[in-house]
Design a binder for this molecule. Sequence first.
Ligand code: ACO
Length: 335
Amino acid sequence: MSAKYSRIISTGSALPAARITNEDLARRLAADGIETSDEWIRTRTGIEARRFVNGTTETTTTLAAAAAQKALEGGGVDPKTIDLIIVATTTPDQVFPSTAAAVQRLIGAAGCAAGCAAFDVQAVCAGFIYALNAADAMLRAGPYQRALVIGAETMSRVIDMKDRATCVLFGDGAGAVVLEASAKPGILAARMYADGSYDENVLGLTARIDHGELCGRPYINMDGRQVFKLAVDGLTSSAQEVAVLAGVDPQDVDVYIPHQANLRIMTMVAKKLGIPDERMIKTVSEQGNTSAASVPLALDEAVRSGKISDGSLVLLQAVGAGMAWGSAIVRWRSE
Ligand code: ACO
């Protein structure tokens, strides 16, 4: 039987060593005269701690490669058999070459006989869903057989520690999956969406412009309340659409893995979809919003903790700046 579909065969993840609690952050901000508290952050977002890179030995590239390595080891996959690498990141260590090309070198997939394509996807928090959707389509179309799909971010390098409304939200990390061409459907349906009407004034990382000149560090601009509403709408409608495409009901989802931005958003969407709270994976409390890394990090946690097993119906979804969003419905298959 020829391969017509793709399936996830293994997952991996990597987090920086430094765990920064809300109290740690509050103390750091207080030194600059900025007030926040563990209570405010926890009740508004569900976040209790996040990981920050050290910026030397821990970078977007090293986290991406470490997560990829774990996924390869977990699946017993020889890196030389990987013929496609897609990294979703909005915080690459350099503009070029791509993070995917660096990962290819670091994991030992460079120069392999199969010929391995490598490129990055920039769709901010929705990046992993975009990358997974693209990899699924490429495996189905051929000639690709085995892909590494990675989400990796170092948001700590771009947050403005003087803006309490945004700096408390984000964290660093990476997650990866090995996706393989398959005769049986693993990814049942995936869709991605964007609406560029909601520009950087709604959510963006932009530099300040003074008299027409770019000056200072880029900073995150966010209309929190509008993003909250757009996130709930996009996640709900895209889940409903992929469920129709997959021929399933959202209520039949065994494991729900939403973008880990804010527990209030996640809970609201789960309720709208009729998915019981205990089926939702929650890593936001320990990791914060890791942008494109959030979904594969949560997926790896669900696999490692045994919440996902052969036959599980899994809903993955994410939303972020652009606005860009998307969902994928997966039937977990051990073969
Ligand atoms: N500590 C203490 N007070 C704060 C903090 C803070 N860290 N940040 C803001 N405040 C204050 C505000 O200044 C405001 O004070 P005021 O009433 O005196 O003006 C008050 O808290 C309420 O602020 P709001 O912005 O109205 O608070 P809200 O309840 O909307 O929560 C939040 C803010 C958490 C950002 C929420 O809007 C949200 O989660 N939005 C979604 C945004 C998101 O998830 N972004 C992540 C990136 S995009 C993505 O991944 C989807």
